[in-house]
Design a protein around this ligand. Structure first.
Ligand code: DQQ
Length: 540
């Protein structure tokens, strides 16, 4: 089926076939990265959820292993749902996950490796007295899921958080435990935000205010902020906020109440959901995984026989320059896929031009670029470019103003019949201040009619003296874009019908009416990653 098989990605994690959703229990253990994921072994749609399992030495090349856990007990017979790993100081692994019971009640279960000396952790044992937690009084039986990684507290206990809701208020229930078998519900909810609905896949972790390294989830030093992230069941986006965690009162307070969980920053302004971080002690970094759902129709997924990929794992650190947002960046191991590099230095792109970047195959790319706008245009009194601009409500890459849009057309067909535009759009306010938007326009990404054609994006902080920079990873049907070192990220899932294989082109464009931009671009072709292994059918 050549129409659809080309959409298979070449270096994004995915099983051989069928449906995948949330990342589960990522960790580094005895020299291997372990990745588990929500998986339907029977179809390309959600259902019959088990835990798929794969291992890697570098987070890029993967060996699929046997299914780790399947629904075979009354407490998870309707699904082995999302969970997290905690590695205790003695190296013991604790896996907590949500089970949907025979009555569809959401409960928390404990599992551990059958043989901790096996670095591949092939076999998993469920604790004989599961479930270890059932919904507490006042919580609906279907609003209690996705336990976090535990952190060690000053009271010498382990603390976890579980997402829930009370009426329409998203909340995080907090439990303390000593042995992971019995738990005490804490009085305070860590945080609650009215109007946000059910919080799925909560993540909670410290980031350093001073260092470049990631921090263990239990880190308890001085110079940290804590990130609280929740996946909003209502609007299907992952929102995070930075704040201060106070152990004694079991609270977390956002730095800026206007940028709270559910209202403020998203990890990604395109497709990314149910994400989860882990502390990678191997490289002293915190790594984020996110599920990238499809944006075509369910019918198309069934036809192509698979659905969803995972994002390229991203390192996450506090942006110490702004102090107010995170930086997400593809793990450095992705650079190992880089092959030939082509440089375009100091290319002038006048207002209203599109330049073809003639580099041959353009389906697997790593593009790193910087842009400078000519001073004359910046200093002019400008017309066009509304202060109310937002990528998603705009006319996309076709909407011109004095200072933008400019950027790239990827997965583009020669005559631009199909194109996915990734670009900056600058607005000059009445006060003369510049505001930079970073957008990804899917409106002309495909001639197919049953696919998402939204325009994604948000603003991106640009500090004094900084050039505008972006990095784009292109992988057949997915475009992951990072602006200003990862302050704003956008993942687009696109389905061109013409811009495929050799018919695929890359362009740099400047659709501004006033500004000439000067750009320097480095482009690497990326080779495919090894992502194979045993058949997942073996254990069913
Ligand atoms: N997916 C899991 C749930 C989680 C949801 C079920 C988020 O545990 O809340 O597959 O995508």
């Amino acid at each position: 089926n050549t129409m659809l098989s080309w959409q298979r990605t070449a270096f994004h994690f995915q099983p051989d076939r069928n449906w995948m959703n949330d990342p589960n229990g990522p960790m580094f253990y005895k020299g291997w990265y372990h990745f588990f994921y929500q998986y339907n072994p029977h179809a390309a749609v959600w259902g019959d959820i088990v835990w798929g399992h794969a291992v890697s030495k570098d987070l890029i090349h993967w060996l699929h292993l046997l299914l780790a856990m399947v629904p075979d007990q009354w407490y998870d017979i309707n699904g082995v749902w999302t969970g997290s790993a905690t590695i205790l100081p003695d190296g013991k692994i604790i896996m907590l996950y949500t089970g949907s019971t025979n009555e569809s009640v959401q409960v928390q279960n404990l599992a551990y490796p059958a043989d901790p000396s096996d670095p591949l952790l092939i076999n998993w044992v469920k604790y004989s007295k599961n479930p270890v937690l059932v919904p507490p009084p006042g919580i609906e039986y279907k609003d209690f899921r996705d336990p976090t990684t535990a952190w060690y507290t000053p009271d010498k206990k382990w603390r976890i958080v579980i997402g829930s809701k009370l009426n329409k208020t998203g909340i995080t229930l907090v439990y303390d435990t000593v042995d992971f078998k019995s738990y005490e519900l804490q009085k305070g909810v860590l945080h609650a935000v009215p109007g946000t609905g059910m919080w799925e896949c909560v993540d909670f972790y410290p980031v350093s205010k001073t260092g470049k390294n990631g921090l263990d989830t239990s880190f308890d030093g001085g110079e940290v902020k804590h990130v609280l992230k929740a996946s909003m069941d209502d609007d299907r986006h992952d929102y995070y906020a930075l704040g201060t965690y106070v152990h004694n009162t079991t609270t977390w307070i956002p730095d800026d109440p206007a940028i709270d969980v559910g209202y403020g920053f998203r990890y990604d302004y395109g497709k990314l959901y149910a994400s989860k971080t882990f502390y990678d002690e191997n490289k002293e970094r915190r790594v984020l995984w996110g599920w990238i759902p499809e944006s075509d129709s369910e019918k198309a997924d069934v036809k192509k026989g698979w659905a969803s990929v995972q994002s390229i794992p991203r390192t996450v650190v506090l942006d110490t320059k702004t102090g107010s947002n995170l930086l997400q960046w593809p793990v450095e191991e992705i650079n190992g896929l880089r092959m030939g590099r082509t440089d375009f230095d100091n290319v002038e792109v006048p207002a209203g031009t599109v330049l073809s970047l003639d580099i041959g195959e353009t389906t697997q790319l790593d593009i790193v670029a910087e842009f400078e706008i000519d001073e004359k245009a910046l200093n002019k009194t400008l017309v066009g470019g509304s202060e109310e601009y937002s990528c998603s409500a705009s006319g996309g890459a076709a909407q011109q103003s004095a200072l933008g849009p400019f950027g790239f057309l990827v997965l583009a067909e020669e005559c631009l019949l199909e194109q996915t535009a990734v670009y900056f759009y600058i607005v000059k306010g009445n006060d003369g201040r510049l505001k930079t938007h970073f957008c990804s326009d899917q409106s002309r990404s495909s001639e197919a009619s049953d696919v998402d054609k939204q325009i994604y994006g948000s603003t991106v902080p640009v500090l004094k003296g900084e050039k505008l920079t972006m990095r784009i990873l292109v992988d057949h049907s997915i475009v992951e874009s990072f602006a200003q070192g990862g302050r704003t990220c956008i993942t687009s899932r696109v389905y061109p019908t013409k811009a495929i294989y050799g018919a695929n082109r890359l362009f740099v464009f400047n659709n501004a009416t006033e500004a000439t931009v000067n750009t320097s671009i480095k482009i690497w072709k990326l080779s495919s990653a090894y992502i194979h292994g045993f058949s997942n059918e073996q254990k069913m």
